[in-house]
Design a protein around this ligand. Structure first.
Ligand SMILES: *[C@@H]1O[C@H](CO)[C@@H](O)[C@H](O)[C@H]1NC(C)=O
Ligand SMILES: *[C@@H]1O[C@H](CO)[C@@H](O)[C@H](O)[C@H]1NC(C)=O
Ligand SMILES: *[C@@H]1O[C@H](CO)[C@@H](O)[C@H](O)[C@H]1NC(C)=O
Ligand SMILES: *[C@@H]1O[C@H](CO)[C@@H](O)[C@H](O)[C@H]1NC(C)=O
Length: 263
């Protein structure tokens, strides 16, 4: 009697470890029920993303792989989480693909029928939410074999980046400057409109960057050359933005900006 009980438990453990999909319960904890504890030492795996920013509905390649080539794994579960939250949320979606499934009620990617197969990487296509959901990251559990797995490991952070599109009414109801021939997902935009009482003109300047150190400057000039201009700057240093204003005195060698299209 004692002997047959042990037999059944051993069989069950093997079956659970290599199930077609991880059980739904694992969606909450990311812990495989393999009857042993997760590894606490250095994680030999990583998530590599094609970008470190996302824009609304943008697709991003997400690859789970060994840090050293030749490091393989069998099972995996990848979920997305806000860096501010301790719970998962339906953020974006993973494209369907052979060998990948999702037992969870929200966006997740896990092995499906492939939890027994050694693999050097799994490449997934993830589509971002259609709006700004703040800074997010991928959390993953990776199973090297039934007894050796790492749980709840974070990827690097994916920051939101607004898409800069040509504003509606550009040239009629609002004045704007866009990079030449660009109307969608451009590098920058400048738009301005007078307020109703015609005493104040409001400017909006946008620039695409993922750098923590950058500036945008808008100069007001009586001619098409630099020099004798009133300039307003938005300067971001170490991620902290500041607005400044300055005046360009005589410029040694006038430079024209030939990249601008004024509409
Ligand atoms: C998987 O993604 C990695 C980037 O991490 C890339 O180097 C590799 O070529 C991709 N493999 C396939 C088969 O798409
Ligand atoms: C902008 O579009 C026009 C017309 O399609 C084309 O002739 C021109 O080469 C384009 N300019 C740039 C900078 O792409
Ligand atoms: C004009 O409108 C702007 C923006 O709404 C406001 O700041 C400003 O005080 C107004 N000026 C006058 C003279 O009403
Ligand atoms: C820059 O603008 C000035 C004044 O409009 C013009 O004389 C000059 O040829 C321009 N230079 C270039 C390189 O376009």
């Amino acid at each position: 009697m004692e002997y047959s009980t042990i037999m059944v438990l051993t069989l069950m453990r093997v079956v659970m470890g290599y199930s077609t999909l991880p059980p739904r319960d694992a969606c909450y904890t990311m812990v495989p029920s393999h009857g042993v504890s997760a590894q606490t030492g250095a994680n030999p795996y990583q998530i590599v993303m094609s970008k470190d920013t996302y824009s609304p509905s943008e697709t991003i390649q997400v690859s789970l792989q060994g840090i050293a080539s030749g490091t393989q794994f069998r099972g995996f579960m990848i979920q997305i989480r806000s860096i501010y939250a301790s719970y998962y949320a339906p953020l974006g979606s993973f494209a369907a693909q052979a060998g990948v499934g999702n037992p969870c009620d929200w966006a997740a990617a896990t092995h499906q029928q492939t939890g027994q197969v050694d693999k050097p990487f799994i490449n997934l296509t993830w589509t971002a939410p259609d709006k700004n959901v703040g800074s997010i990251l991928f959390l993953y559990t990776v199973v090297q074999n039934a007894d050796t797995f790492w749980v709840n490991e974070p990827s690097s952070i994916l920051e939101y980046l607004d898409k800069i599109n040509k504003p509606i009414g550009c040239g009629s109801t609002v004045s704007c400057i866009m990079p030449r021939n660009c109307s969608q997902n451009c590098q920058y935009s400048v738009q301005w409109r007078p307020t109703k009482n015609n005493t104040v003109v409001e400017f909006e300047v946008k620039r695409k960057t993922s750098s923590p150190n950058y500036y945008m400057a808008l100069g007001f000039s009586e001619d098409l050359q630099m020099g004798h201009d009133s300039v307003t700057e938005c300067v971001t240093f170490n991620g902290v933005p500041k607005t400044l204003s300055s005046y360009n005195t005589e410029y040694g060698r006038y430079k024209n900006n030939t990249n601008l299209a004024v509409i």
